[in-house]
Design a protein around this ligand. Structure first.
Ligand SMILES: Nc1nc2c([nH]c(=O)n2[C@H]2C[C@H](O)[C@@H](COP(=O)(O)OP(=O)(O)OP(=O)(O)O)O2)c(=O)[nH]1
Length: 134
C-alpha cells in the first residue's frame, strides 16, 4: 500500500522487439548480483515519467519515451515503493551502457525473464510484464 510518506522508486522496463533490458546491480553489497529494472527514487518536484527519463539518461546513457505502468506498486521496505513503466529508446540512440549501479545489461527475451535472479520486490512485476503485450 502506498502512503503519503512513501518514496516511489521508478523502474524502466525498456522494451525492444520481444526483449526487455535487464540490469544486474553492482552495489550495495546486499543487492549486488541481483537483477532489476534501471531506475531510482523519484526526486521532490519530479513526475514519475521525468524520473524514468532522468534515470535512463544517468544509468544507461540513453533517451527514452515512457509508456504505460506495468503491474501494481510493490512494497520494497517501510519507506520505498517500486513502480515500473514500459519505456522505449528514442530513435538513433546508442546501445545502453552500464554507467552507474550495474555491472551487466542484457536484452532478455520475454520467455526468459523469469529465469533471472531478480530483487524480490520485482518478481510479481516481472510476472506481469512477461504476460503483457508491449
Ligand atoms: N532501480 C531499482 N531499484 C529497485 C528495484 N527493485 C528494488 O527493490 N529496488 C530497490 C533497490 C534500492 O533499495 C532502491 C532504489 O535505490 P537506488 O539506489 O537505485 O535509487 P537512486 O538511484 O535514487 O539512488 P540514490 O540517489 O538514493 O543513491 O529500490 C528495481 O527494479 N530498480
Amino acid at each position: 500500500m502506498t502512503t503519503e510518506t512513501s518514496v516511489i522508486v521508478v523502474g524502466a522496463a525498456v522494451v525492444r522487439a520481444d526483449t526487455v533490458l535487464c540490469a544486474r546491480r553492482s552495489a550495495p553489497p546486499r543487492l549486488a548480483g541481483k537483477w532489476e529494472f534501471p531506475g531510482g527514487k523519484v526526486e521532490p518536484g519530479e513526475t514519475d515519467s521525468e524520473a524514468v527519463v532522468r534515470e535512463c539518461r544517468e544509468e544507461l546513457g540513453v533517451e527514452v519515451a515512457v509508456g504505460a505502468r506495468v503491474g501494481a506498486d510493490a512494497r520494497i521496505d517501510d519507506r520505498l515503493v517500486l513502480r515500473v513503466y514500459l519505456a522505449r529508446l528514442l530513435p538513433d540512440q546508442p546501445d545502453p551502457r552500464p554507467l552507474e549501479d550495474h555491472d551487466l545489461l542484457s536484452w532478455v527475451p520475454r520467455g526468459n525473464l523469469l529465469d533471472l535472479d531478480w530483487l524480490t520486490p520485482d518478481i510479481p512485476v516481472v510476472e506481469e510484464l512477461a504476460a503483457t503485450a508491449w
